[in-house]
Design a protein around this ligand. Sequence first.
Ligand code: PLP
Length: 238
Amino acid sequence: MEKSLNDDMFSVITENYGLLTQTIADAAGEAGRTPSDIRLMAVTKTVPPLYINHALSLGIELIGENKVQELLAKKDFLRGSYEAHLIGHLQTNKVRKIRTEVAMIQSVDSVRLAAEIDRLAAIDGGVTDILLEVNIGQEMGKTGFSPDEIEEKALEIAAFSGMRIRGLMAVPPVCETEKEIRGWFCAVRRLYETLRGQPPLGGMDVLSMGMSSDYREAILEGATLVRVGSALFGKRRY
Ligand SMILES: *Cc1c(COP(=O)(O)O)cnc(C)c1O
């Protein structure tokens, strides 16, 4: 039978998924960790629901979107059970639209944003799971708390009753070598451990780091959640 273009995309995604789960298992083994302690997130930005549904049918249970509008537009077309997280910058005026539509907001990057989540949560009695985004490389023009301020801000946010700080999310600077990227992931991990040592932050259990090009290194340095887009769905077409 002739293969259609769609069939090819489906088989590419199936094959990529097999490679990803194998690499995750190998990296976990290398680090002396249990593979089931590492969650694979399919980053679905620009990916049509048809292919996201295929990924869900393979056993993916977690998806991530950067944009509020895109997430909401796709939601009605997705089948089966899955958890959606927001991983892109969130403007305070869009919190209302997204807060109850996702299982987690990974991209909390200011006290102001956290305060708005808290304000809305107080109205319906909800509790939102969040991650604090850390700009580990202190890069200009990149969102996230800087490593020197994050402890103070995390303690401020921990006082809000409308959310639970579940951990940290990071996108380290682009690196040339494996050693360099592992250094950044290691720095995020150390920050995570330090924060977790503070009693109000003791509930943190998620370390979200590692993307298509470096999820293996992130797992070696302790990631509990890797966010993979192009290594699953292929190169993005905007
Ligand atoms: C796009 C994106 C990813 C996935 O990127 P890939 O390189 O395609 O795996 C992960 N995290 C965030 C925050 C992103 O915006």
